[in-house]
Design a protein around this ligand. Structure first.
Ligand code: GLN
Length: 446
């Protein structure tokens, strides 16, 4: 009730929630009280959380930030949602996001932008901006996010919270609306690594409904948070600390690295030579997959349908034309172009080869080091409108995060201080399934 009151007070200004599920939340809270009274509490019994509006929630609107799904009430729960329910968590509502998770500032949401609670003239980051801002504003202690190219880490960084993008395949994508299926991964966003560990514990693990889900035991993420960092090998990629990086951000990361040295870590410079190709490769692969995934929104089975269509073709074209926003259309057009017969080899196939080279860069690096540290984003939160007219400038705000998705690796953003009054995030990248290690490294600095 205290958080619902806080949401009522602050959400009109911050715009974090698309839907507040007040009645359902109180019902779940009463059930949690009863479970505790019976001595039957689960891992998160009574813990309030909120879901990014990309996760299907049975009986509750699931919009994905789009007019296309403004009328969509999901008929089932996503696996992630089901697992939170089973653990006893109380869902307060559904969080605002860039349309279909395409964006870095929340400005593409059909429901209007989320405001960054640290300075409401600046963006919260995206696409999980509602998740990051709601945790930062203390409207909820933990929220889910999804990360296709940086959408958990960059908003976590802009809002001064902790976010973890797991290894591809660790968290089920079933019921998580698809943007780019080979890159999408859900993960926790919370104040600290400790809280992220509790959430990931619930979210992670094999799901036979997702064919890319990996069947392997899930470690106890909380158990190793305080492990020693003596002998930890940290790599600093020189490509992450070039002229493009703000000097305040570089200094804050240096401070964190100095602390890791005091804790016994060994630090060395490494190189990820193909890093500069990650944004161009991503903006071929992600739109290609998006153009295919979004073909299902045809105005026929569910979602938005135009008024009085003349014929079937008119129904398709006007439903999609009216239901999708400009950024989504841009991605669909790029995607169908790079997949078309005449351009497939030159763009799509080439991008897949570049993707392999990027993975190999990381593979080489992880033979020498245990974790890679660098910035999450080249700048702190920018102002509304600053990049929205220039897609390329917007795309570049994910320059340090995108390679991690192309390789399928886990990555985290951890708050390390402030520059010009706005939060700065540090990124920690690990080898496949090293989430426990990342949480440990993050926790020791928090
Ligand atoms: N900003 C990137 C994009 O617009 C990444 C988004 C994401 O991770 N969902 O595609």
């Amino acid at each position: 009730q205290a958080l619902l009151a806080r949401i009522r007070q602050h959400n009109p200004q911050l715009n974090c929630f698309i839907t507040v599920t007040e009645e359902q939340a109180l019902e779940q809270a009463r059930a949690a009280d009863a479970a505790i009274a019976r001595g039957a509490a689960g891992a998160l019994t009574g813990v309030p959380i909120a879901q990014k509006d990309i996760f299907c929630t049975k009986g509750v609107k699931t919009s994905c930030g789009s007019k296309m799904l403004d009328n969509f009430i999901a008929p089932y729960d996503a696996t992630v949602v089901e697992r939170f329910n089973q653990a006893g968590a109380v869902m307060l509502g559904k969080l605002n996001m860039d349309e279909f998770a395409m964006g870095s500032s929340n400005e593409t949401s059909y429901y209007g932008p989320v405001k960054n609670p640290w300075d409401t003239e600046t963006v919260p980051g995206g696409s999980s901006g509602g998740s990051a801002a709601s945790v930062a504003a203390r409207l909820v202690p933990g929220a889910t996010g999804t990360d296709t190219g940086g959408s958990i880490r960059q908003p976590a960084s802009f809002c001064g919270i902790t976010g973890l993008k797991p290894t591809y395949g660790l968290v089920s994508r079933w019921g998580m609306i698809a943007f780019a299926s080979s890159l999408d991964q859900g993960g926790p966003m919370a104040r600290t690594a400790e809280d992220c560990a509790l959430m990931l514990q619930v979210m992670a693990g094999f799901d036979d409904k997702d064919s890319t889900s990996v069947d392997r035991p899930v470690p106890d993420y909380s158990a190793s948070l305080n492990d020693s960092l003596e002998g930890l090998r940290i790599g600093l990629p020189k490509e992450f600390f070039d002229e493009g990086l703000d000097s305040d951000i570089a200094r804050l990361i240096d401070d964190a690295v100095a602390e890791y040295r005091r804790l016994g870590a060994n630090v060395k410079e490494i190189s990820l030579p193909n890093m500069k190709l990650s944004v161009p490769a991503y903006y071929v692969v992600a739109p290609a997959e998006c153009s295919s995934n979004l073909a299902r929104y045809d105005g026929v089975r569910f979602g938005y349908r135009c008024k009085e269509p003349k014929d079937l073709h008119d129904l398709y074209t006007r439903s999609r034309g009216e239901g999708f926003g400009a950024e989504v259309k841009r991605r669909i057009l790029i995607g169908t172009y790079v997949l078309s017969a005449g351009y497939y080899d030159a763009y799509y196939l080439k991008a897949q080869k570049v993707r392999r080279l990027i993975s190999e860069d990381f593979k080489r690096a992880f033979r020498e080091v245990d974790v890679i540290i660098g910035p999450t984003s080249p700048s702190v939160a920018f102002r509304f409108g600053e990049k929205s007219a220039d897609p390329i400038a917007m795309y570049l705000s994910d320059i340090y995060t995108i390679a991690v998705n192309l390789a399928g690796l886990p990555g985290m953003s951890v708050p390390v201080g402030f520059s010009k009054g706005l939060p700065v995030g540090m990124q920690i990248i690990g080898d496949y399934f090293s989430e426990a290690r990342l949480l440990n490294v993050a926790h020791r600095y928090q």
